[in-house]
Design a protein around this ligand. Structure first.
Ligand code: COA
Length: 330
């Protein structure tokens, strides 16, 4: 096994066409455009149509990333789908593999909620570093609209659907400069999409659980507190591991949960506003998709340029959080 570096050489994204504005939200719950905008920064979210699949959305994002990377689907060794909302609880990565015609690729799902993309990035990197795989397609995709309680104004205004993807490739120099991942299950109850068991007796003395997943529940205040405290800390640790100073960071790319969280984290790290990537006004919180979606938009808009140093951080249910420092491009 050789030790190889990593480059992130292509990005892509896809969102459903239907939009739900704050104005339209007012028909669903007792809220206002002003409340949502000032508390979250969100103006609208994209919502997957009934019958639309996560796999199709993720496949569209993947095609765009593969095209930018200049490789073909048959070059891909691994497809890693990070999601909490697969079409199939057994996993949806293989359906994407088939749709892309990525015959050579091993494909599997990884779940770490809104930290999924970040955790996936570090996981994929290990396969490349050890020389096992050369080309990895990493996808972050979620359709949380399936699991939102559309009568709960405390959560339904926050989330939207989307998919983003990147191609990671073995490279002579390592452009993934440092990372740090964290988990704390003792705070799990603050953010859940949990299974509620319904007991069914098969034969006397033998019961099974035939329940269903419940809507998202969240303690917004605690999640907010956790994010503004833990995210700057984990970015600091990743920067230390990368031997990079905050002044050297070109872009702060956070999970797009809430504009107030983005602002508070940037302020704590002393990173100026013009370096903070934000697109949540248009999309809301798209969970595992939010970082690659925002990355792809910024790359295609010409904001993020080759060699720019990006400090990325994901955080969410688990609780999980993490940061990765990387240079964009080859
Ligand atoms: N519209 C109008 N009013 C709303 C509302 C909505 N959509 N949602 C909640 N409210 C009300 C509450 O009922 C409460 O009313 P009350 O004072 O009469 O009881 C009031 O607004 C304040 O609610 P509170 O929950 O204290 O608001 P907040 O300032 O904490 O903001 C969040 C709520 C959800 C925006 C905020 O806590 C947050 O962003 N948390 C992090 C969530 C997150 O990012 N989760 C995903 C992480 S991956």
């Amino acid at each position: 096994m050789q030790n190889t570096g990593i480059a992130i050489i292509g990005s892509g994204s896809a969102v459903p066409t239907a939009c739900l504005s704050n104005q339209a939200m007012m028909d669903l719950v007792d809220t206002s455009d002003e409340w949502i905008k000032t508390r979250t920064g969100i103006s609208q979210r994209h919502i997957a149509a009934a019958g639309a699949t996560l796999s199709a959305l993720a496949t569209d994002a993947s095609r765009n990333a593969i095209a930018m990377a200049g490789i073909s689907a048959s070059d891909i060794d691994l497809i890693l789908l990070t999601t909490s909302t697969p079409d199939d609880l057994f996993g949806s990565a293989c359906q994407i593999q088939a749709a892309l015609g990525a015959d050579k690729a091993v494909a599997f799902d990884l779940t770490a909620a809104c930290s999924g993309f970040l955790f996936g990035l570090v996981t994929a990197a290990q396969y490349i570093k050890t020389g096992v795989f050369q080309n990895v397609l990493l996808i972050g995709a979620d359709v949380l609209s399936r699991w939102v309680d559309w009568q709960d104004r405390g959560t339904c205004v926050l989330f939207g659907d989307g998919a983003g993807a990147v191609v990671m490739q073995a490279n002579s120099s390592d452009r993934l400069l440092g990372f740090k991942l964290k988990s704390d299950g003792s705070q799990n109850h603050y953010l859940n999409l949990s299974y509620a068991a319904d007991s069914q007796e098969l034969t006397p003395g033998v019961t099974v659980s035939k329940g269903a997943y419940q809507a998202i529940t969240m303690n917004g205040k605690e999640v907010y507190r956790f994010a503004v405290q833990s995210v700057p800390e984990v970015i600091d640790k990743a920067l230390f591991n990368a031997q990079i100073s905050t002044e050297q960071v070109d872009w702060l790319l956070l999970h797009q949960a809430n504009q107030r969280i983005l602002d508070a984290v940037a302020q704590r790290l002393d990173i100026p506003k013009h370096k903070v990537i934000s697109n949540l006004a248009q999309y809301g919180n798209t969970s595992a998709a939010s970082i690659p979606l925002a990355l792809d938009e910024a790359v295609r808009a010409g904001k993020i340029q080759n060699n720019d140093i990006i400090a990325a951080s994901g955080f969410g249910a688990g609780l999980t959080w993490g940061a990765a420092i990387f240079r964009w491009g080859r």
